[in-house]
Write a protein that binds this ligand. Structure first.
Ligand code: S3P
Length: 170
């Protein structure tokens, strides 16, 4: 029996692995909508992510993240959904993703991640010594993305090649 493909692809992965860039490319190639968890969190709350962390802590942010993820995934239309790097930390969120979408993990080396995130000061979890924070969080999350249906190691690949690898596997 042939697998009935999901009409949603969820991109998971650590901060700076290229989820937003790849979601744009896939959306263009498949002609599907592009939904972005972090953008949607800022839209519905009317606040920047850093302000949500400052006012309500990480726990407050995670509550909104789950509500937003639910609404994005339960929508019926085809879409590429880019998630924040910590959306996978909740068991509930992981089940939601697996139930509604083909889940694709993007992996990148610590060096590559640090290079991508260091010039962007908007991430509350990377305040201070960003390189040190990346190493600590990567260690804490080393198996957090293993539940994906498909994983792409982006090392040495262009964004176009990453998108092609995903399209071929879909
Ligand atoms: C987070 C990743 C961020 C954002 C928030 C928390 C995390 O998204 O959701 O700052 O816990 O890894 P990106 O992965 O898009 O940077």
């Amino acid at each position: 029996m042939e697998r009935q493909p999901f009409n949603k692809i969820v991109l998971i992965g650590f901060m700076g692995t290229g989820k937003s860039t790849i979601s744009r490319l896939l959306s263009g190639r498949l002609g599907w909508a592009r939904l972005d968890g972090d953008e949607e969190i800022e839209r519905v709350s009317g606040k920047r992510i850093s302000d949500i962390f400052a006012a309500d802590g990480e726990a407050g942010f995670r509550r909104i993240e789950t509500t937003v993820l639910e609404s994005l995934l339960k929508d019926e239309s085809p879409a590429i959904v880019a998630t924040g790097g910590g959306a996978v930390l909740s068991e509930y969120n992981r089940s939601l993703m697996l139930d509604h979408a083909w889940v694709v993990a993007l992996k990148a080396s610590p060096e590559h991640i640090i290079e991508r995130v260091k010039s962007d000061s908007s991430r509350p979890l990377l305040q201070g010594d960003a390189a040190e924070r990346v190493h600590t969080l990567l260690e804490q999350r080393k198996h957090a993305y293993d539940f994906a249906h498909f994983t792409v190691d982006t090392t040495g690949l262009t964004a176009e090649q990453v998108a092609s690898a995903i399209m071929e596997a879909y």
